[in-house]
Design a protein around this ligand. Structure first.
Ligand code: NDP
Ligand code: GDP
Length: 329
């Protein structure tokens, strides 16, 4: 296949980066991804390998904190589309490493935008903003117009990333869009996030590898969707003539307790007998509830989510069961 258009993805080794790379390859793009050096390169590629595309993505060494690596990559690639997905993305860690979070999740965005502005101003740019920016919610259903009230160093950093993207669009005419994505999950979600912790934990209990699952605030509510649906929305944003900001959400909110119930029930287990509440997993400041309106995305992009929470959790549980069985085989 001759690949006409080039896309550059930062965070290509993460959950969304992997699914987005898969989507863009299927659409005929040449896909390049930024990869930071670690002492265990084998682990970095796991998600791309799981999707069977590790050989199809051009990997470029770099780091969001190293402007020279970003500039060199974009100068050479001259990408039609740039997706800035890299970040320190875990809320709980952001209280332990607030400076690292600010460097990657906030300043990393302006490094990318400076790169675009100076060496590839024609590139269309996507910024991975987050529903965590709504934090202590100011309206029961959050839209693009709802005021923000961040509740963690992660959310504060994302807020900078969001506004600097808007500012570079308005200041320099860049085609820069910000997707305010609500939580989205998949079998490739990091194990520290609550959905994956639950699906992995339930599978371990089912297989006799663990006896209990320790969780924090299970009364918190999130608007959960599937990462496969959400990366499609990112691509759709960059196909618009005009750059803009969009909420991407399902419009349904569910407690951690009920999400957990789906996982345990799918395995024929009683959640109440296995879940232990552990205050160690409480956060210094909590986001109690998130619920987004995808009305603008539906009207302007024609985007709607296709995968329900029930389907998502069942897919994740089945994937964790298969993983654990193959490890112990
Ligand atoms: P992941 O944590 O799975 O992936 C994060 C990626 O960023 C990884 O590839 C990681 O590399 C990379 N990265 C981290 N720091 C740096 C750095 N300094 N330089 C270069 N790369 C770096 O996140 P997701 O895929 O779930 O999320 C994608 C983006 O969307 C993130 O920005 C996240 O904050 C945001 N977001 C996610 C939501 C969700 O529900 N998933 C909701 C809203 C926003 P490595 O593999 O080496 O660690
Ligand atoms: P977040 O919305 O980006 O913070 O995504 P998470 O999946 O990390 O957390 C979602 C919600 O689940 C938050 O309100 C957490 O407080 C809550 N939660 C309850 N128990 C846990 C737990 O053990 N781990 C995590 N990560 N979150 C938990």
């Amino acid at each position: 296949m001759s690949r006409e258009k080039t896309a550059f993805i930062t965070g290509v080794t993460g959950q969304d980066g992997a699914y987005l790379a898969q989507l863009l390859l299927a659409k005929g793009y040449r896909v390049a991804g930024l990869v930071r050096r670690t002492s265990h390169d084998d682990r970095a590629m796991q998600r791309l390998e799981w999707l069977g595309i590790s050989g199809d993505v051009e990997l470029i060494d770099g780091d969001l904190g190293d402007l020279s690596s970003l500039t060199r990559a974009c100068q050479r690639l001259q990408p039609a589309e740039i997706y800035n997905l890299a970040a320190q993305s875990f809320v709980a860690t952001s209280w332990q490493q607030p400076l690292l979070t600010a460097n990657a999740t906030a300043l990393g965005v302006v490094n990318m935008l400076e790169t675009v502005r100076s060496v590839s101003p024609h590139s269309r740019f996507y910024q991975a903003s987050s529903s965590e920016m709504y934090g202590l919610i100011q309206e029961p259903v959050q839209t693009e117009k709802t005021p923000f009230y961040p509740r963690s160093p992660y959310a504060v950093a994302k807020l900078y990333g969001h506004w600097i993207t808007v500012n570079y669009r308005e200041s320099f005419g860049l085609h820069a869009s910000s997707g305010i994505l609500f939580n989205h999950e998949s079998p490739l979600r990091g194990i520290e996030f609550v959905t994956r912790k639950v699906t992995d934990g339930a599978a371990r209990i089912k297989l006799g590898l663990a006896g209990e699952l320790r969780l924090g605030n299970i009364d918190a509510r999130r608007d959960w969707g599937h990462a496969r649906d959400y990366v499609r929305a990112m691509w759709m944003m960059l196909q618009q003539d005009t750059a803009d900001d969009y909420v991407i959400a399902t419009g349904v909110t569910t407690t951690v307790r009920d999400m957990c119930g789906i996982a345990f029930k799918h395995l024929g287990l009683d959640m109440e007998s296995h879940v232990v509440i552990d205050p160690a997993f409480y956060r210094p400041a909590e986001v109690d509830v998130l619920l987004g309106s995808p009305a603008k995305a539906r009207a302007k992009l024609g985007w709607t989510p296709e995968i329900s929470l029930q389907q998502l959790i069942v897919e994740m549980v089945d994937a964790d069961m298969a993983r654990l069985k193959s490890k112990s085989a």
